[in-house]
Structure formats: structure tokens, C-alpha cells
Design a protein around this ligand. Structure first.
Ligand SMILES: NC(=O)c1ccc[n+]([C@@H]2O[C@H](COP(=O)([O-])OP(=O)(O)OC[C@H]3O[C@@H](n4cnc5c(N)ncnc54)[C@H](OP(=O)(O)O)[C@@H]3O)[C@@H](O)[C@H]2O)c1
Length: 328
């Protein structure tokens, strides 16, 4: 007996064929997605291994590659101090710029004693007006700067909604996190370009890779540094200047010490010395990096999710890290 068009058996067969077709399509999409994830993980791991091998077996001679002097902003504590020490260990003379004259002298004396290099100090408060920059420029005159580490940074004591932030802190964020790196580069980069030699390390943050509520302005200032740095690299390509963007995750320093959870540290929240030993090994090898392998894996993991999910999760993470913080 012939089957009519609307016979249940025929309909069933057509439906199964459609289901199989969609099944195949979803399988292909699944494979492509899994392949993409695997590829990005492999690239991340290979990049990290390259840094480890390069620094262990073919370390870059920073003095001959970039020059004899390094300028480090915010160099009396945390990541900046650790950078000054590590660069001195690699034979560079260090020009320390920070706000506290006593701390500056102490750090400079320690560096000279331990590493036998020359140091210079300059006390500058980067939260002040633009008048500070001519003074910095005049102190740097005649010094051939090989490496500039734009490290100085500010984060208000606790995470909070933008509307509750005081105006002073907003200006500090803009002047210390944005203006300092921009103006220091303006002072130092032209000579590097003329010499076709030098490196600028801009310390952004993983907070600049995603818009982060509750630390919205900090996050935005770090995104500025990220974009500034990436664009500058293209501009400076023919001058052979290294422009490195560092996007660290949490590092155990004063900056995050108001959170009792972060203050505890751990494998993913290294001390500044440990972080910088890893980060400095990437200079001249990788242009944009977290500087620390665990942070790189954390960033890779975050890249698997849409931006709005990361922002949402981070908002509640801030509330957990800084106990008295609540979204509006
Ligand atoms: N720690 C983290 O988890 C983390 C993560 C990602 C990115 N970062 C970035 O890394 C950089 C360094 O942070 P950190 O954790 O090392 O901070 P930190 O421990 O607070 O050290 C900051 C340094 O900058 C100096 N400084 C602060 N305000 C200044 C001002 N107005 N004028 C001049 N110097 C000033 C401080 O001087 P004093 O010695 O007088 O205090 C100190 O030497 C920042 O750009 C930060 O955004 C940090």
C-alpha cells in the first residue's frame, strides 16, 4: 500500500533526517570550537615555555640591547621596587622616581650596595599638576635612558560604585595611572627613537582587559594604558624600540593590602620579587603578556567567556574581596 504524504511513518523519517543533519552540524561546530580553545591554550603554553627556555639558555643582555640606564616610576615599593632591583641585578644603572625622599634614598643605597651599579633619585608626586614634568625632564637631561618602566599606579583603598567615589581619588587615578605614563613616555621616547634603541614597559593590569564594575575607573585607566602601549608599538616598529604591555593579575603588594583575602597571597598572588623575576624574563621576547604564567592561564580561561559574564562575576568578586563593598 502506498504511503500518503502525511503518513506518520514518512513524517517520522523526515524528522529523523532533519535531526541527524542538525546533529552533524552541531558536531562540526563543537569540533571547531574545541579546536579553537585547544589552539589558544597551546599558543599560551608554547609562549610561556619560550620565555622560560629563552631566559634560561639565551638570556638577553639588557645593557647592550637597550642601554645603560633604566628609569622606574613608583620605585620605592611593590612591583616598581622589584623592577629596580632586578634591572640592577642585570647590570643597569637605576634612576628611581617616587614620592618619598627617605624611602628613595634607602632603596637607592640598598641597590648600590647589593648590585654595584649607579643610582639617581628624584622625589615626585605624580598626583600633582603637570608642572612636575618639566622638572623631571630637566633631571633626566644628559642621561641616555635605555629602559623606561611606567609602573607608578594607584587604586583606591576599597572597591566601590563610581557614584560613591570621592573626586580626589578620581583625579589621582587619572593623573597617576594615565598622565604619568603618557608624559614620561613623551619625555623619554623621542631620544630612544633617535638612537633606534630602547624599551618602554607599561604596567597595565588584567583589570584593563575587561570592564570591571566597582573598580570602574581603575579598570578604565588600565585599558587606556593597554591601548596606548599597543598603538605605540606599531608607531615605533621601524625604530626598533620595544614597547611592552604588562597585564599582571593580583600581585601581593601594598596596592591590594586592604583586602584581607588578597593579602594572604598564594601561588596565583605572588610577591612582587617573584612576579618581577618572571616578568623581566619576558622583556624583548613577548610584547604583550601578564608576565606570570598563572596569570596568563587565568586570562586564557577568562577569554572563554563573553565579556558581560566576566564583568558580572567580577562585580561580585570585588564584593567578596573587599567585604564592605556592595553594588548600587
Ligand atoms: N599589585 C597588583 O595586584 C597589581 C596588579 C596589576 C597591576 N598592578 C599595577 O602595578 C603597578 C605597581 O603596583 P604595586 O602593586 O607595586 O603598587 P604599590 O605596592 O602600592 O607601589 C606603588 C609605588 O608607587 C609609588 N607611588 C604611589 N603613588 C605615587 C605618587 N602619587 N607619586 C609618586 N609615586 C607614587 C609608591 O610610593 P610609596 O613607596 O611612597 O608608597 C610605591 O613605590 C601599578 O601600576 C598597578 O596598577 C598591580
Amino acid at each position: 500500500m502506498a504511503l500518503s504524504c502525511d503518513s506518520p511513518l514518512l513524517l517520522w523519517k523526515q524528522m529523523s533526517r532533519t535531526v541527524m543533519m542538525y546533529e552533524e552540524l552541531f558536531t562540526i561546530v563543537g569540533y571547531v570550537y574545541a579546536g579553537k580553545i585547544l589552539l589558544s591554550l597551546t599558543i599560551t603554553i608554547v609562549r610561556e615555555l619560550r620565555v622560560i627556555f629563552r631566559s634560561r639558555f639565551w638570556p638577553i643582555d639588557l645593557v647592550s640591547r637597550y642601554g645603560k640606564w633604566a628609569v622606574v616610576t613608583g620605585s620605592t615599593d611593590g612591583i616598581g621596587k622589584a623592577y629596580a632591583q632586578e634591572l640592577a641585578r642585570r647590570g643597569l644603572n637605576i634612576f628611581l622616581i617616587s614620592r618619598n625622599p627617605e624611602k628613595l634614598k634607602k632603596v637607592a643605597d640598598e641597590i648600590e650596595l647589593e648590585f654595584g651599579v649607579e643610582t639617581k633619585i628624584l622625589d615626585v608626586d605624580f598626583s600633582l599638576s603637570r608642572d612636575i614634568y618639566p622638572r623631571i625632564a630637566s633631571h633626566l637631561e644628559g642621561i641616555e635612558v635605555g629602559i623606561l618602566v611606567n609602573n607608578v599606579g594607584f587604586l583606591n583603598e576599597t572597591a566601590m560604585p563610581f557614584s560613591r567615589m570621592c573626586e580626589d581619588d578620581l583625579w589621582k587615578l587619572i593623573k597617576i595611572n594615565i598622565a604619568a605614563a603618557t608624559m614620561m613616555s613623551k619625555i623619554i621616547l623621542p631620544a630612544m627613537i633617535k638612537e633606534k634603541k630602547g624599551a618602554v614597559v607599561n604596567i597595565s593590569s588584567v583589570a584593563g582587559m575587561h570592564p570591571l564594575p566597582m573598580i570602574a575607573v581603575y579598570s578604565a585607566t588600565k585599558a587606556y594604558l593597554y591601548y596606548f602601549s599597543e598603538a605605540l608599538r606599531r608607531e615605533c616598529r621601524s625604530s626598533k624600540i620595544t614597547i611592552q604591555t604588562l597585564t599582571p593579575g593580583y600581585v601581593n603588594t601594598n596596592l591590594i593590602s586592604t583586602s584581607s583575602y588578597l593579602r594572604r597571597g598564594g601561588l596565583s598572588i605572588p610577591r612582587a620579587g617573584k612576579y618581577v623575576r618572571h616578568a623581566i624574563a619576558t622583556l624583548g621576547v613577548v610584547d604583550t603578556t601578564c608576565g606570570y604564567w598563572i596569570h596568563e592561564l587565568q586570562l586564557w580561561f577568562a577569554s572563554l567567556f563573553p565579556r558581560y559574564i566576566i564583568s558580572e562575576v567580577c562585580m561580585y568578586l570585588q564584593a567578596f574581596l573587599y567585604k564592605d563593598t556592595k553594588p548600587e
